[in-house]
Ligand binder design. Structure first.
Ligand code: ZN
Length: 538
């Protein structure tokens, strides 16, 4: 007998056997049991979440002569005929390879003929989003006046590509990613049935890599089982190779440990696997972005990244090992590398260099930490200045000079330097009576809800105050990409600021500081802040 892939062998034959999607299964069973069956269904969800399996079972259940609580009985004449595929009353079509209008017309031409032996003729069209506009139009005509005996089940991973006219005529069901424990349970069952030994950890690893898709999980297990012996973690890692989220986690871990040997080994593995270094660089940058989001909004992570709770937990855990500045600098590094790699004559060498740069900190982070501390100091100085202005203290301070300071010192002692002036960051009251700090805080709360990515960047920089309705924000660690990212949301930010403060408001991002590598400008920055005479060049 020819070998049958595991996911075919273990495709559920009835609703009772389905893993996950309990709500959808229940709703479909209720419809069968009550006989209130629609003409058009839309099953959405990522690959391997059970859309096609549910469609096939539903097609048999509506025709079952003796349904059990809305599930197929598996015993009646109809169940037996349909299971043996003896009749052509369940018609399956893959829209990806039949996307033209002629294909759709050929199929729809048959709709008007009644079923051969069953009650309903069920059309299952997979990857429906691949249909051409004309094909959709042809389908729409049928859906507008479907014959009593016809049921359409449209399955797609991409519902947003469907015209509204189609969407509005379908009962929609969204298939969620299947949780890891449920996948593990199923994998265990398969191993037991095949009398194969398997580690819990190995099955867990497969389930995580499958990212909520049962079909992928079974295919991976299939590959692992094609080798003799026990299915263990080493075997799984070998089979999954570098095409796996776990590989990115290991890569990031090596970056965190500054383990150059491990990173070079990983690059070697990638190249041997024939993977594109540019795509990998992008994946690393995306991984770092995910870690930043895990820091900023851990609770919303599964929805934001479209991952299972387990994967979200992995991100949150790994994010703890990194400082925001480090994440940002590694992300910048690999984003730059992605572009450069497309034109690099030796991509391997370039990727290795990027990996080494990521693990050999060039003091960049220390500088960034120093800058953070300077920002802190500036804030304290501002507080002191306010206290002085309010007449609470009379202290002679040598005030620092920053670009924001234009007015000469008022009550402060005469500055030692001609150009020195107190920091004068305005903290004006807004039309709504809120302080600009309060407005900023409210803004962050709102942005967190609507654009968590923007929030992640905003919260890692600092608020520089508001003057004349212009709210100023300063990125952390001189990251150009964070400015670019945040400025994409400028319009939204200004709209929110205007709403919150009750007066027309604008948003400005300070230009990113010069990279730490250019020592001259850094020195200048220190001179600007502390006064030239206080900075001694070593
Ligand atoms: Zn039956």
């Amino acid at each position: 007998m020819a070998y049958q892939a595991l996911y075919r062998q273990y495709r559920p034959a009835c609703f009772r056997d389905m893993v996950g999607q309990e709500h959808i299964v229940q709703a479909l069973r209720n419809q069968v049991a009550s006989g209130r069956i629609g003409h058009a269904y839309l099953f959405c969800g990522s690959r391997g979440t059970g859309k096609t399996s549910a469609a096939k079972i539903f097609a048999r259940a509506v025709n079952c002569l003796n349904p059990q609580d809305g599930d197929v009985c598996g015993e009646c004449a109809s169940c037996k005929r349909l299971a043996a595929a003896e009749v052509l009353d369940i018609i399956e079509m893959d829209a990806a390879s039949n996307s033209k209008v002629e294909d759709a017309r050929d199929l729809l031409e048959t709709v008007k003929y009644p079923p051969n032996e069953s009650r309903y003729k069920v059309y299952i069209i997979d990857e429906i989003h691949e249909f051409s506009d004309k094909a959709f139009n042809a389908l729409l005509k049928t859906l507008e006046e479907p014959p009593e005996h016809a049921i359409f089940i449209l399955a797609t991973t991409d519902p947003q590509k469907l015209p509204n006219t189609i969407l509005s005529r379908c009962q929609r069901y969204d298939f969620a990613r299947i949780p890891v424990p449920q996948i593990v349970k199923r994998l265990r069952l398969v191993c037991d049935a095949a009398k194969r030994e398997a580690d819990d950890e190995a099955l867990n690893h497969i389930a995580r890599a499958a990212e909520g898709g049962m079909r992928d999980a079974l295919s991976m297990l299939d590959m692992c089982m094609s080798y003799d012996g026990k299915v263990d973690t080493a075997r799984v890692q070998e089979v999954l190779g570098t095409n796996d989220r776990a590989f990115l986690f290991r890569f990031a871990e090596a970056v965190e440990r500054e383990d150059a040997a491990a990173l070079l080994g990983a690059v070697d593995e990638l190249i041997r696997d024939g993977r594109d270094p540019a795509i990998f660089a992008r994946e690393v940058a995306q991984h770092m972005r995910a870690l930043m989001m895990a820091k900023a909004c851990p609770d919303e992570l599964p929805g934001l990244l479209d991952v299972t709770q387990e994967t979200a937990n992995d991100y949150v855990r790994q994010a703890e090992d990194f400082s925001p500045t480090r994440l940002m600098s590694v992300m910048d590094l690999f984003m730059g590398a992605e572009t450069a790699l497309r034109y690099a004559s030796s991509p391997r060498l370039y990727l290795e260099t990027a990996a080494l740069k990521a693990c050999l900190r060039t003091g960049e982070e220390d500088t960034a930490a120093l800058k953070d501390r300077i920002a802190d100091l500036e804030k304290k100085l501002r507080g002191l200045q306010d206290a002085l202005d309010a007449g609470q203290y009379v202290v002679a301070v040598q005030a620092p000079n920053t670009s924001a300071a234009k007015e000469p010192a008022k009550k402060a002692a005469k500055p030692a330097r001609q150009d020195a002036a107190p920091v004068e960051i305005p903290r004006e009251e807004t039309a709504s009576g809120k302080s600009s700090d309060a407005v900023w805080k409210e803004l962050l709360d709102k942005v967190k809800r609507v654009q968590p990515g923007t929030f992640a960047f905003l919260s890692q920089g600092r608020f520089d105050g508001c003057a004349g309705g212009v709210y100023r924000w300063h990125p952390s660690s001189g990251s150009d990409s964070s400015v670019a990212y945040v400025m994409k949301a400028k319009e939204l930010l200004e709209q929110l600021l205007t709403e919150i403060s009750g007066a027309p408001s604008h948003f400005e991002a300070a230009a990113a500081a010069a990279p730490a590598a250019s020592g001259v400008s850094q020195l200048q920055q220190f001179r600007d802040i502390f006064g030239a005479e206080n900075v001694i060049e070593q």
